[in-house]
Design a protein around this ligand. Structure first.
Ligand SMILES: [Zn+2]
Length: 407
């Protein structure tokens, strides 16, 4: 069977974790009917026959299970959905990174590492990578996110400290390298660029080549529900990830990936959990043995806005509940690969006076992704009434969201 990331002889002896997660899911009143009668999985085929978990299912399960770490603190992180209050994923201190470091060591004791993933607001990546840095014994500069006018000072600090490694979402990294390039700053000591949270952006390499010609990318794939699933090195294509032995990846219908944890310490009951990413199981030109997950992009309505997932359908559903709004459409504007603005276009009933500014304020404050992504430039999120939505001339279809490139 080639639609699993692990061969049966490696995965099946560890399926007791999947069986115990099935038991846990059966205790969740909202989910029990779905799993009633399901066969406890002792083979990969039996596992593939279980119903998949969707994003909201996992949150429903966690609200009921309230898992607690065996040792130390239980950390709560924002997970999934982007409207309203953050949904919650759990992890113990350490964030399972010892298992990652056993297979992937981008950092070592000699590194000076800038952790540029945002800290606070229940974001997971900053702390997860801090745990990896801890295991490597390197120097850590715990920076987090910075405001627009702070880049220049920090970049000269990086140069002075001879920073050798930096990590962030590709959107954040693009800002760092673009600012450095614009300011003529070079970072000759920088060799490693760690990334996680969205697809790699090839345009980044252009700026890296000028700012830090010795720097190479090191990627992780994962989510706050699954934690790190796989990693890659500069020798791997950016869309391929070597999966960890405690992460079982399966390719289901429509090439949708689902994830099953084989780690008994995992607090989230990750059992055939679908993130909405599509992919396939293949090999890697880097030559490292084992199966590799190739990520082909998303198949649901989640789009990445500055490193955060925006649930377009949820947003549209919400705004279409407004009196006088007949239809809505989300337009995402990108400038050189980065989201520069989000517009919500409203087709309104001429007889009703829709207060677009009030709708804008409500959506902005209620949509976690928007208020966070546009924290420093809230004016880049707009709501306006229009005479017509944007349709595809060729198909005549009006999609829920449109991405356009700003020159
Ligand atoms: Zn590889």
């Amino acid at each position: 069977m080639t639609d699993f990331s692990l061969p049966a002889q490696d995965a099946e002896p560890r399926l007791h974790v999947a069986r115990s997660n099935l038991e846990r899911l059966l205790t969740v009143p909202e989910l029990a009917p779905r799993y009633a009668g399901a066969q406890a999985p002792d083979t990969l085929a039996a596992l593939a026959a279980l119903p998949p978990l969707m994003k909201d299912d996992l949150n429903v399960a966690l609200a009921h299970l309230e898992p607690r770490a065996e040792h130390g603190a239980t950390w709560l992180f924002q997970s999934g959905g982007s409207t309203g209050a953050p949904k919650v994923g759990y992890a113990p201190t350490g964030f399972y990174m010892a298992g990652v470091a056993a297979h992937w060591q981008p950092l070592d004791r000699t590194d000076v590492f800038v952790n540029a993933w945002g800290a606070g607001r229940m974001w997971g990546a900053h702390f997860l990578v801090a745990a990896l840095a801890d295991l490597s014994g390197c120097q850590v500069i715990a920076l987090g996110s910075v405001a627009r006018d702070e880049y220049a000072d920090w970049l000269s600090f990086f140069a002075d400290r001879e920073v050798t490694a930096i990590g962030g979402t590709p959107s954040v990294l693009r800002l760092w390298f673009a600012h450095a390039r614009a300011a003529g700053v070079t970072l000759p000591a920088l060799r490693k660029v760690l990334w996680l949270g969205e697809a790699w952006q090839p345009q980044l390499e252009e700026d890296m080549a000028v700012v830090a010609p010795g720097a190479r990318r090191w990627g992780m794939f994962g989510s706050t529900e699954t934690w790190v699933v796989g990693t890659n090195t500069p020798d791997c294509p950016a869309d391929r990830f070597h999966t960890l032995p405690e992460q079982l990846v399966h390719v289901g219908e429509d090439e949708l990936l689902d994830f099953t944890t084989l780690d008994p310490e995992m607090l989230n009951p990750v059992l055939r959990y679908r993130t909405g990413d599509a992919g396939r199981i293949t090999d890697c030109p880097c030559g490292r043995p084992g199966r590799v997950m190739q990520v082909l992009g998303r198949r649901d309505s989640v789009v990445q806005v500055r490193g955060l997932g925006l649930h377009v359908d949820e947003l549209i559903e919400r705004v279409e509940r407004e009196a006088g709004v007949a239809r809505a459409q989300v337009v995402i504007t990108e400038k050189q690969g980065r989201v520069s603005g989000v517009d919500v276009l409203l087709l309104t009933d001429p007889a009703v006076d829709v207060d677009t500014e009030r709708v804008r304020k409500d959506l902005f404050s209620a949509t976690f992704t928007l208020s966070t992504a546009f924290l420093h430039d809230p004016e880049s999120f707009r709501v306006r009434a229009v005479g017509a939505l944007i349709s595809n001339d060729r198909t005549g279809k009006t999609a829920n969201f449109v991405v356009r490139e700003e020159s």
